[in-house]
Design a protein around this ligand. Sequence first.
Ligand code: AMP
Length: 171
Amino acid sequence: MDELKSIIRDIPDFPKKGIVFKDITTLLNDSRSFHRMIDLIAHRYVGMRIDQIVGIEARGFILGAALAYKLGAGITLVRKPGKLPSKTISKTYDLEYGTDTLEIHADAFKPGDRIIIADDLLATGGTVAAVVDLVGELGVEIVDCAFMAELEFLDGRKRLPDGKVFSLLKF
Ligand code: AMP
């Protein structure tokens, strides 16, 4: 795990002063590390019934699509406002830096679908907490929230469903 962690690059003062940005592109660039990262996360869910992975724009699509393919699930996109073409529901939330709004198609799921929410990194938890609220209106069962990395000092997992948070790499 330390090897995977060491490949993630720190970018100080991005996107603004005081933020140390965890740049996962260096991990994605490395074929062996990317493969290992996906396999290690997917392994946790093998043998479970997972109907949909919910991927959060934009870096959550990478983990989301790879996990969905590995687990034989579909992928549902959570996107920035105005990007999804059909009827949506939306939620505005606080970020570590600023605020944002996310949307999901209102007809994305079948009742009782078992889902995993996927994003690249858990920071304050505001983004995924908003997605938990969004999908909560759509009658699904959240199996887990899965992340490549987590900034533990921000304690974002306390804002997410108890016991339903997994991150591969903890900083
Ligand atoms: P949060 O809602 O605070 O958990 O923020 C999560 C989202 O913001 C994730 O999708 C990350 O991509 C991004 N993010 C927030 N803080 C950082 C950071 N320090 N390094 C890299 N990405 C971050």
